[in-house]
Design a protein. Sequence first.
Length: 436
Amino acid sequence: MPRKTPLLRAVLLSIACILAGRPGARLAKLLGVRVGKDTLLNLLRAVPDPPEEPVRVLGVDDFALRKGDSYATVLMDLEARRPVEVLAGREAEPLATWLARHPEVEIICRDRAGAYAEGARTGAPQALQVADGWHLWRNLAEAVEKTVGSHHSCIRSAFATTTVTEPDPADRAKPLDPPDGTRDCFGRPRRLVARTEERYAAVQERLAEGKSLGAIGRELRLDHSTVRRFARATNIDELLVKAINRQSILDEYKPYLYQRWNEGCHDMPQLHREVQALGFPGDIQTVRRYLRPSKENGLPVAPRPAPRPRRVVRWIMTDPNRHSSSDAQDLKEIRTACAHLDATARHVRDFAAMLHDRRGDLLTDWMNRVLGDDLPALHSLITGLRRDQDAVIAGLSSPWSSGQVEGHVTRIKLLKRKGYGRASLALLRRRILLAT
């Protein structure tokens, strides 16, 4: 290997740390230094690990080496704000082994993963485990989303209109029902909705007969994940909510089409030009297919569109003081129309107050109140919280969180994009430990 001055060696090491092999060699070439990728990687390998220092507060999180295939675990000293180790995999044993060599650890911040909880219990029984507040809030949001999906029919009922355009005398024998999501605006059943209802009935019938999910999937020729989703659904509304609320590029322009049609404009090219001027990106055939049945049935008054489930979840999970006046009014109508969603919103506000005020001592009372309402998705959340109750109470009471670790995981993802995506775990570990 050619000799290098200390300055050149430092420059090449900096390039290797940031860009790894091939990208680093390309940058060095632009700087007038001819160097191979292997030379850069060897420089990186030759750097000794930073000296180990005592860690009192440890942050733990996983990141993907190859998404869906292989993962690793990063450990951070939250007080020194630096990574201290990278472990292969995200199982309990590597974490427990590392913790056994570091009995000075007093606090462990982690997500809700059971493997990390077990590893912390085994390797550091003396340490206080803290469930990260952001992950707790995310778990609550997932339960709220399931609850909104189960009760979205109440939301559609609250936003539905029963007023329709007066039909022509020749069409008075054919009354038009307002669209409710399961049928289109002309009363035609939606194929996706009908298929979902048939599959749900078939799966539930075979479950009642005692058949396994695998046998049901083979009989109905459905993927195992699809059968599992239909089996776990508490009711058909939970499955229909996605089918009913599937978006179309024409959705936001339908009120305008209703208005223009009822004003007497039935010229398809003209209507297409008008919605194009409003920003519609589709072609005339999309407008034509939507309006074609109106020549026979007439067009009902534009319904007041029900908000999508994700939007309702966002309203429930957002601080009421940050709602716009229209969002606050819509949420109020939803809570008035559905007692279950009203109770859900009330429980979310109470949990937010616990999290904000660090009142983990109120968790038990909050869980008992939730169990007093008919909210299956939140009951499942409570079951999970009770398995990890001490860590959850600590997470709601402690100022420590995994925010630093999440930020460093984001930096690791950037590293992988810059050339470490195909590098060995040893090289990636070395780069992460040299980050500071």
